[in-house]
Design a protein around this ligand. Structure first.
Ligand code: ATP
Ligand code: ZN
Ligand code: MG
Length: 302
């Protein structure tokens, strides 16, 4: 049995994660949720004084905005769309017949206006663009959402439906790159407070196909993405538990996000992978929260 399977099995046995029969789709116990809630309060204490505007979107977004985002150009392999039955009574009869004989009953499903949210910040940009020019101080937003990515895996840290807490900053280049640096420093400090050793490294998104290789190289060359890594299922390949993204003016241009003077806004976002952070804590401090080091418990629960 490899290491990944055994950590996942131990999580199932302890009840922290609940098997649904699908890789990457898990229920979570009250204890697991309590760790996530505590860590989110820690995020609040670090970010609270910045005055971010909190918004919570459901885990589905407007399909038109999703299309405009260009997600299907870059990550078609990860997207999840919501389809529904929209047929007649006759269509219903044949649907049930299909199910009865074990044939594909999903062929007649039609795309709805909703797509599963791929990252917590996606619904934000069109929402803010609708308000008109940003105020003089720019924009700072606090988001959290379940996100979907079609990447089934036995690695418990790679889930298909997981939560991302994000802060998104809109402003001048200097403003948003300062924001990103501040959260890199805070990320290291926060993880230290909960007894986790981290490294920060340059990273790239998994752009699809051969053209995607170039986009990924470009992203790395320009230092657009950093990740905070913690070993969870492998010491050699530590897991990205936070990411720090600078979009330059790409999203500002795409969505029509402008500063007070009418110039195009630069944007950056920092994301916490909440399940990954909880899993890192359980991996390093043990599956029994009562046995965690006092300093870690204090940082999380006061
Ligand atoms: P990876 O390189 O591991 O696939 P990513 O670069 O795709 O991660 P981002 O797109 O930057 O990650 O997403 C922001 C954060 O969400 C990540 O830093 C990570 O903590 C978390 N995350 C991303 N994908 C998953 C997943 N499949 N399961 C759980 N958490 C995830
Ligand atoms: Zn984001
Ligand atoms: Mg990924």
């Amino acid at each position: 049995m490899d290491m990944q399977t055994s950590f996942l099995d131990r999580l199932f046995e302890s009840g922290l994660l609940i098997d649904t029969g699908i890789d990457g789709l898990y229920g979570r116990s009250g204890q697991f949720e309590d760790v996530i809630a505590a860590f989110e309060r820690l995020i609040d204490t670090f970010g609270g004084a910045d005055g971010a505007e909190a918004m919570r979107f459901p885990p589905g977004m407007n399909r038109a905005f999703f299309e405009k985002s260009g997600y299907m150009k870059s990550f078609p392999q990860l997207a999840g769309t919501v389809h529904s039955f929209c047929g007649s009574e006759l269509d219903h009869v044949s649907l049930l017949q299909c199910m009865e004989v074990g044939e594909d009953w999903t062929k007649g499903q039609e795309a709805t206006d909703i797509v599963l949210t791929p990252a917590a910040c996606y619904p934000l940009y069109p929402t803010i663009a609708k308000r008109g020019n940003l105020p003089k101080t720019g924009g700072l937003f606090d988001l959290q959402s379940y996100c979907f990515r079609h990447e089934p895996s036995k690695d418990p840290a790679r889930q298909q439906l997981f939560r991302m807490r994000e802060y998104v900053c809109m402003g001048t280049e200097l403003h948003v790159t300062d924001f990103r640096q501040r959260w890199m420093d805070r990320g290291v400090e926060m993880m230290k407070a909960v007894g986790l050793e981290v490294t920060i490294d340059i990273a790239n998104d998994p752009f699809f196909g051969r053209a995607g290789k170039m986009l990924a190289n470009n992203q790395r060359d320009q230092n657009l993405k950093f990740e905070l890594l913690i070993p969870i299922t492998s010491a050699a390949n530590p897991t990205a538990c936070m990411s720090f993204n600078y979009h330059q003016d790409a999203f500002g241009t795409k969505w029509g996000l402008n500063l007070e003077d009418g110039s195009v806004a630069h944007t950056a976002c920092v994301g916490f992978g909440l399940e990954r952070i909880a899993l890192a804590l359980f991996h390093h401090h043990g599956l029994d929260v009562k046995q965690w080091p006092a300093s870690v418990r204090k940082a999380l629960w006061g």
